[in-house]
Design a protein around this ligand. Sequence first.
Ligand code: DQA
Length: 145
Amino acid sequence: MRILVLHGPNLQLLGRREPDVYGSDTLDTINRVLTEKAVALGVEVDCFQSNQEGDLVTCIGDAPGTYAGLIINPAAYTHTSIALRDAIKAVDLPCVEVHLSNISQRETFRQVSFTAGVCIAQIAGFGGKGYVLALEGLVEHIKKQ
Ligand code: DQA
């Protein structure tokens, strides 16, 4: 079983970007911990970060046939992107949305997610650990399908 993990804009800056909000883990650390968890669960993860909305849309569109599910932190596109929402809906793969921060406790514009409604779950507020929780939940969900 292969899972595609997508990180949206500015997440390449993790570690030095607002560490009080997003924590001190770098994206490399998050991906490494997630890959170790995948090995423990007997699955594979491929991690990809982009600052371009269209690249993320293309990755999602290409996922069926290779991937059994998706984990995505759309970052700022969470609050703006109908294109990402449509891509997730179109491929009909189970998708978990992750946010490092608890977006429900932040500015009003961050409290709206365009993508959560087409995901099987949203995990927010656990920092990098959220990706590990998402992987556990997603793998269990796919095995039950
Ligand atoms: C974020 C929350 C978004 O509002 C923000 O634009 C991000 C990161 C998070 O992981 O908490 O870039 O998705």
